[in-house]
Design a protein. Structure first.
Length: 71
């Protein structure tokens, strides 16, 4: 992921921010559902991968928020 947002307009940044926030919310809900509602074993590798994806999205969201706050 890790995009360079510096050439995007404010409208493009806001649109990308909403998309990333929606993706984060969906991923969090999916992750929580699987953690709570499955009786199958979930490996540590799968948990770590899910946490990494959440972290990447949060980094991107924070990067865009920072750019928007500078405008």
């Amino acid at each position: 992921m890790l995009k360079d947002y510096s050439s995007m307009s404010k409208v493009e940044l806001e649109t990308e921010l909403r998309r990333l926030q929606d993706d984060l919310e969906d991923l969090e809900e999916t992750f929580q559902f699987h953690m709570r509602n499955t009786s199958d074993h979930i490996s540590g590798r799968v948990v770590a991968k899910g946490e990494q994806e959440l972290e990447k999205l949060e980094i991107e969201i924070n990067k865009i928020k920072k750019l928007l706050s500078m405008e």
